[in-house]
Structures are given as structure tokens and as C-alpha cells.
Design a protein around this ligand. Structure first.
Ligand code: ADP
Length: 416
């Protein structure tokens, strides 16, 4: 029992109260309004980027696989590589002689200056690539395509992955008004009335609405979330490529969740509360505990702990007991639940702000897709946090970001 109490003390900071979640929602709403505001707020942490309000082949950059390849490149090489990928794809599909419109899903904070013009504000999610920040990524892509001279592709539209998710669901469900990503990073967009957008300087044609890309991953960069940050969150942040940035994202998304769990497990081992005080070299390695392990471990429903033991094997942990399995499962559960609840606070905040009676939320990303409880945890928590009279659904957007970009490009091409 002494041991149990010690473990609970170590993991307690991950359990937040109802009050905490309400406080987070209040601060978030404040950030949203500042971001939308009449005066420019250079200090607004949640940028609330307007997307281009237009009349409504896909390329998706922001995916994990691309990142692994590209951290060592500079901007020119990055876009040369992308052009090369387009060339290979077109060659494989006998499209080389065709002139194709392209929709580009680019999942980083951008100031959108037109449907086909997006200026990168800052890299996130582990990307760092010289010479791109401050530049129009469509122009960089077109320059790279011209350097090659062997493909005829016209990038018609650049959209954020949240917008892609929203678009691909709104296509079949006209109550869909929020796009949410829970993958490597986290972000959300929603449909806002123009009258609420202080910074709006575009046309006022019907429908008087615009999609706002909140870039909510940056929530907390001003210290608003310090009151819930644990020592493990601080460590993850400090060791990241962008310390002090994307604070909310780092508490929620797939790029960081496994690492938070790992840091807690290391601490438990150090205090002799797990694996008999003996972990493994693997477990001590930063980034070695994958977020998919969290899904696998939490998918164990009986005392056989088949997946959990498999993970221990992969981490070369020599001897472990059934109690160890239970403890690790408990840690995973607390950390993924906090993530689901934090994302829920964000969605509930948007739903309350929008005030529509019935909203479908399009969700994409591997964390939401594969974690066994994320959907249920979010449904339950959002239900508890939304104003009375608001109903909502969370629907999985299948390959939303890619399809959404293709959809927008196709429409842009047709009206051009
Ligand atoms: P991206 O967001 O980069 O476009 P994904 O939506 O596939 O791509 O998200 C990738 C992230 O999802 C990675 O950070 C990874 O850790 C996490 N992930 C992958 N598989 C799983 C899983 N089974 N359960 C939970 N998270 C996962």
C-alpha cells in the first residue's frame, strides 16, 4: 500500500479537475478572440489564421514519413525533393504529358494571402529547414517545378490539414463545421461568421463565413498552461527542437505522448517502484517509447497483458511482473486521458463559441484513429463541457487532408 501511494503521488499531476478544464476553456476563448480581434495582437499566441475565402492531384506535407527524410535539407532541396516525388508519381501513372491542377496540403502555420499563396510563419512538429519561413510555399514549389522543366503541374490551392479534414466531411455532411487533427501534432479549424472576424478585409459576399485555422497547438506559449504542466512536460519541451513553443500540442499529440509516458516510467524505475528498480538501456533512450505502444498497452483487456508484455520485450526489459503490467497500463491511461480531455476542452470551447445547435466534427490523425479509447473519452468529456442545447458528433475523416486538397484544387480549377 505504501508503494501504491508513492506511485499515485508521482502520477497525480496528470489528473486535472473539472475546474482546471473550465479554466483552460476560458483562457482558450480569450486567445481565440484576441486572435480574431480588430486590433492586431502581435502577441496573440493562437494565431487564428483566416483561410482564403474562395468558392469552394493532392500533395500532403506534414506527414511523419516526410519529416524523417527532410530534417537535414534546406528549403530549396526540400522543394526539389517534392517536385521529384511529383515527377515519379506522374511517370508511374502515365501522366507526364498532362497539365494537372494540384492541391497542396501543407500542415504548418501559414499566413494565407490567397487560395494559392501561403507564407510559412514557423516550422513545427520537428521540422526545421532553412530558407522557407517567411516565404510563399506555393512559389517555392513552382520554382522547383520550373527548375526541373519536365512536369506540368499547377498548384491551384494550398490548404491546412485541418481544412482538408473539414472539407472531405463537409462534402457529405453539411453540418460539419470543425476540422480536428490528432496525429503528429494537433490543430483545429472551424467555420466562423465574418462579423466575428475583426481582421477580415476580404469580400462580404454570401455566405458570410470563413474557415479559421486556429493553430491551437501554440496555445499555452504565453504561459497560460503553466498551471497544469508537469515536470515531464517541461522535460519534453526543453529537449524539443522548439522549446517554449507549441505547449498545448506537446501535452496532446502523438509526437510527444510516448515520450511523456517514458519519462514517468523512468522515474518509477528510479524510485524502485517498477520492474524491481531495474529498467533497461532501451527504456532510457529518448524517443524510444512510441506513442503506438500506448494504444497497444491500453488495448489489453484481460490479465494476460499480451500487448504490454510484447512492448516490454521490445524494450528489452528482462523481468517483469503482472503488477508491472498494471502500473504501466495505468500510466498510459492517465496520460492519454489527459490528452483526450485537453483536446475536448478545445473542441467544447469552439462549440460554445459557435453556438450552433448541431455540429459534426471531422477528425483525422493516427492518435485518434488507433487509440482504443480516445473517441469515447472525448465524447464523454465534450458532452460535459458544452453548453446545454448543443449536440455534436465526432466523425473519422478518411484520408481527409489529402482528399480535401484535391477537392479544393478541382473546384479552383473549374472556376478558373
Ligand atoms: P501526420 O499527423 O504526421 O500527418 P499521422 O496522423 O499518421 O500523421 O500521425 C502520426 C503520429 O501518430 C505519430 O506521432 C505516431 O506516434 C502516432 N501514432 C502512430 N500510430 C499510432 C497508434 N497506433 N496509436 C497512437 N498513436 C499512433
Amino acid at each position: 500500500e505504501e508503494k501504491r501511494r508513492k506511485i499515485e503521488n508521482i502520477v497525480r499531476p496528470f489528473i486535472l479537475s473539472d475546474d482546471d478544464y473550465h479554466k483552460i476553456m476560458d483562457k482558450m476563448l480569450d486567445n481565440f478572440n484576441k486572435g480574431l480581434g480588430k486590433e492586431t495582437h502581435p502577441k496573440a499566441r493562437v494565431k487564428m489564421f483566416q483561410t482564403y475565402k474562395g468558392d469552394f492531384l493532392a500533395l500532403d506535407l506534414g506527414g511523419t514519413n516526410f519529416r524523417v527524410l527532410l530534417v537535414s535539407l534546406d528549403g530549396k532541396e526540400l522543394f526539389d525533393h517534392i517536385a521529384e516525388c511529383i515527377f515519379k508519381f506522374m511517370k508511374d501513372h502515365n501522366l507526364i504529358d498532362k497539365v494537372l491542377p494540384l492541391g497542396f496540403t501543407f500542415s504548418f502555420p501559414c499566413r494565407q494571402a490567397g487560395l494559392d499563396k501561403a507564407i510559412l510563419t514557423s516550422w513545427t512538429k520537428g521540422f526545421k529547414c532553412e530558407g522557407v519561413e517567411g516565404n510563399d510555399i506555393v512559389q517555392l514549389l513552382h520554382e522547383a517545378i520550373e527548375r526541373r522543366g519536365d512536369i506540368k503541374v499547377n498548384c491551384m490551392a494550398v490548404i491546412n490539414d485541418t481544412v482538408g479534414a473539414l472539407m472531405s466531411c463537409a462534402h457529405s455532411d453539411n453540418l460539419c463545421a470543425i476540422g480536428l487533427i490528432l496525429g503528429t501534432g494537433t490543430n483545429a479549424c472551424y467555420i466562423e461568421r465574418l462579423e466575428n472576424v475583426g481582421l477580415w478585409d476580404g469580400d462580404w459576399d454570401e455566405p458570410q463565413q470563413v474557415i479559421i485555422n486556429t493553430e491551437w497547438g501554440a496555445f499555452g506559449d504565453d504561459g497560460a498552461l503553466n498551471f497544469i504542466m508537469t515536470e515531464y512536460d517541461q522535460k519534453v519541451d526543453k529537449r524539443s527542437i522548439n522549446p517554449g513553443k507549441q505547449v498545448y500540442e506537446k501535452m496532446i499529440s502523438g509526437m510527444y505522448m510516448g515520450e511523456i509516458v517514458r519519462l514517468v516510467l523512468v522515474k518509477l524505475v528510479k524510485h524502485g517502484l517498477l520492474f524491481g528498480g531495474r529498467g533497461s538501456e532501451e527504456l532510457k533512450q529518448m524517443g524510444r517509447f512510441y506513442t503506438k505502444y500506448v494504444s497497444e498497452i491500453e488495448s489489453d483487456v484481460d490479465d494476460h497483458f499480451k500487448n504490454t508484455k510484447q512492448v516490454f520485450e521490445e524494450l528489452e526489459i528482462p523481468n517483469h511482473t503482472e503488477e508491472d503490467c498494471r502500473i504501466v497500463q495505468h500510466v498510459c491511461c492517465l496520460i492519454s486521458t489527459r490528452a483526450a480531455y485537453l483536446a475536448s476542452a478545445g473542441i467544447a470551447c469552439l462549440l460554445n463559441k459557435m453556438g450552433r445547435p448541431d455540429v459534426a466534427v471531422a477528425v483525422d490523425g493516427s492518435l485518434y484513429r488507433f487509440h482504443p479509447h480516445f473517441h469515447d473519452l472525448m465524447m464523454e468529456r465534450i458532452q460535459q463541457l458544452v453548453n446545454p442545447g448543443i449536440t455534436f458528433r465526432l466523425m473519422l475523416s478518411h484520408d481527409g487532408s489529402g482528399k480535401g486538397a484535391a477537392l479544393v484544387a478541382a473546384v479552383a480549377h473549374r472556376v478558373a
